[in-house]
Write a protein that binds this ligand. Structure first.
Ligand code: ADP
Ligand code: MG
Length: 624
């Protein structure tokens, strides 16, 4: 095109495209759901804008918020059109090629190690999947603020943009034309596309249409000499035979004029989905399979894995909303990396069925940011700015309820896991679904999200006890497995008041600690805390079920009753005095006779509120 401006793809994008083009990945179908998902996002955006400005929608066909698919067998072209927000020239340049998203290189790496393309949408580069099936792609787009442009690329490292003076005006929105590769001709079959939309795009909240062909019978005047042909065709096809039968009835009443029926292909828009919002249905009417499919479509995670758990509920009262929460099978690739500098929530916010935002961080506290799902509120106002929405008083209530439900859901993973000790009577625990599937689920959960639970204990004083119930750790008695505080308490020796723990680098190192000598000998259980965050955790977790926590390397350890302690104290009075005088007071606060040791003659103990040796180590590591 003579008016085209050329651009080079950003290097990472170019690499990604090379990989996609040369991919031997067999599931090429995914491109369609990525395009539909982009179309749906674009429709969400214009619908959101229209809440405060009706004008943006325009009139006539452009105001219809829908997605259309068309096939052109002659041109070997598949096109997908939406009446969404569209892209300006600048949007086209930035979004489709020059600005690589943060997920690009992460996804390239993943592709190279696993070869699995299923998560492409989750990494924010789904558009490029079009090159799985096409060798030449055109994106025609019209945004309200700009003229109509064409973006085009043969994935040869460059793309071109030109003002569109060739195609019909779109009004508003985007049309993507895929010129299909020879080996991808199956995507020109209506039946194939219908199947794909049903399979992957069932939960798209806008109508999806396909320009479908239809064989219809039309009556045309019959020539004189063709009437004999008609008679002989009677026996060739049963279908036509029926037509003939009908026709002869007609002929009884109106003899003239002579007509015959022929098959003709016509086209019309056929609706492929029925836009049912799953969260509006009653939970008891939604099957597990539907939740799993909904999860995949919501999160763009189309791997085979199922979410670990979900919770679908309606909140009533002053603040009304419906919500579906999911625990993803795996933590997002950057969950803890971005924990401290971002607040990113993975919940989508809807107000009265209208999508508002997926970056609404006020819905969940940071420590639950691994959850995915959506909230649809009837209480929040629809036509106000985002800022006003963010400050709305009912958000606090929504957040509080979501946290409660989320913790219940996590608790359920543990309660239903046959490998877990729930502390309840077996008969009180409601077990549902496949036992095998639930087995070991909580350990899996803990390995993925344990840190989040710990951060929750630190950050959320209100739910501290609920979260502490979810805590898992190893101990001197857990035999290499994970155990819980409830389990610990159930094993406490009679007369034992405190919950004992020790912190350090590793279990192996801690097992050799002289602090454990006596406790082990006397058969007391001691918790091992070996995660750096544990040290902070224990500054917040003071007690559990009325029992205090005692760091066994700190002062204040009481191991049962010791009748001889007074006697010992007296007889070693002179020695302790001498030690105290010899060691300077800046170095030690006190010298005491202790019953915590067995073979080791003495240990350095931290004062009750001082930093443990492990904490000192952590702090030192941080300042280096
Ligand atoms: P993602 O959808 O995760 O942002 P994609 O690679 O699928 O990543 O799309 C890249 C960007 O291109 C989108 O964020 C959007 O800005 C733009 N885009 C793609 N398709 C459309 C469309 N049909 N209408 C408007 N913008 C689109
Ligand atoms: Mg996308």
């Amino acid at each position: 095109r003579n008016n085209a401006e050329k651009f080079e793809f950003q290097a990472e994008v170019s690499r990604l495209m090379d990989i996609i083009i040369n991919s031997l990945y067999s599931n090429k179908d995914i491109f369609l759901r990525e395009l539909i998902s982009n179309a749906s996002d674009a429709l969400d955006k214009i619908r959101f804008l229209s809440l405060t400005d009706k004008e943006v929608l325009g009139e006539g066909d452009t105001s219809k918020l829908e997605i259309q698919i068309k096939l052109d067998k002659e041109k070997k072209m598949l096109s997908l059109r939406d009446r969404g927000i569209g892209m300006t020239k600048e949007d086209l340049i930035k979004n489709l090629g020059t600005i690589a998203k943060s997920g690009t290189s992460a996804f390239v790496e993943r592709m190279q190690s696993t070869g699995d393309l299923n998560l492409i949408g989750q990494f924010g580069v789904g558009f490029y999947s079009v090159y799985l099936v096409a060798d030449y792609v055109e994106v025609i787009s019209k945004h309200n603020d700009d003229k109509q442009y064409v973006w085009e690329s043969k994935a040869d490292g460059a793309f071109a943009i030109s003002e569109d003076i060739w195609n019909e005006p779109l009004g508003r929105g985007t049309e993507i034309r895929l010129h299909l590769r020879d080996e991808a001709q199956e995507y020109l079959e209506e039946s194939k596309l219908k199947e794909l939309v049903k399979k992957y795009s069932e939960f798209i909240n806008f109508p999806i249409y396909i320009w479908a062909s239809k064989e219809v019978d039309v009556e045309v005047p019959a020539d004189e000499d063709e009437s004999s042909d008609e008679e002989s065709s009677d026996s060739t096809s049963s279908e036509e035979g029926e037509d003939e039968a009908e026709k002869s009835e007609d002929e009884d009443t109106e003899k003239k004029p002579k007509k015959k029926t022929v098959k003709e292909t016509t086209y019309e828009w056929e609706r492929l989905n029925d836009v049912k919002a799953i969260w509006l249905r009653s939970p008891k009417d939604v099957t597990n399979e539907e939740y799993v499919k909904f999860y995949h479509s919501l999160t763009k995670d189309f791997s085979d894995e199922k979410p670990m758990a979900w919770s679908h509920f309606t909140a009533e009262g002053d603040v009304e909303f419906k919500a579906v929460l999911f625990v993803p099978p795996k933590a997002p690739h950057n969950l803890y990396q971005s924990y401290y500098n971002s607040n990113k929530s993975n919940l989508k916010l809807y107000v009265r069925r209208v999508f508002i935002s997926d970056e609404f961080d006020e819905l969940l506290p940071k420590f639950l940011s691994f959850l995915m799902g959506l909230v649809d509120s009837d209480t929040l106002p629809l036509n106000v700015s985002r800022e006003m929405l963010q400050a709305h008083s009912s958000l606090k209530t929504i957040k509080k309820k979501l946290v409660r439900k989320a913790l219940d859901m996590i608790r359920r993973i543990a309660d239903e896991d046959p490998d877990e000790f729930s502390g309840k009577d077996e008969k009180d625990v409601e077990k549902s679904g496949d036992e095998d599937e639930k087995k070991g689920q909580y350990t899996k959960f803990w390995n993925e999200y344990g840190k989040s639970i710990k951060l929750g204990i630190i950050e959320d004083a209100t739910n501290r006890n609920r979260l502490a119930k979810l805590l898992r750790f190893e101990s001197t008695k857990s035999d290499g497995k994970l155990t819980s505080l409830d389990q610990y308490i159930s094993r406490m020796k009679s007369g034992q008041k405190d919950i004992f723990y020790i912190t350090g680098i590793s279990k192996e190192q801690l097992e050799k600690s002289p602090f454990l000598e006596r406790l082990k000998k006397k058969n007391y259980e001691v918790i091992f805390f070996t995660d750096p965050v544990d040290e902070y955790l224990m500054q917040y977790l003071m007690d559990y079920e009325g029992k205090q926590f005692q760091n066994v390397s700190k002062d204040g350890l009481k191991i049962g009753k010791d009748s001889k302690s007074k006697e010992l104290k007296d007889s070693f009075k002179e020695l302790t005095k001498w030690w105290k005088g010899t060691l300077k007071t800046e170095d030690v606060d006190e010298v005491k006779i202790s019953n915590r040791l067995d073979n080791t003659p003495c240990v350095v103990v931290t004062s009750k509120f001082g930093w443990s040796a492990n904490m000192e180590r952590l702090m030192q590591a941080q300042t280096l």
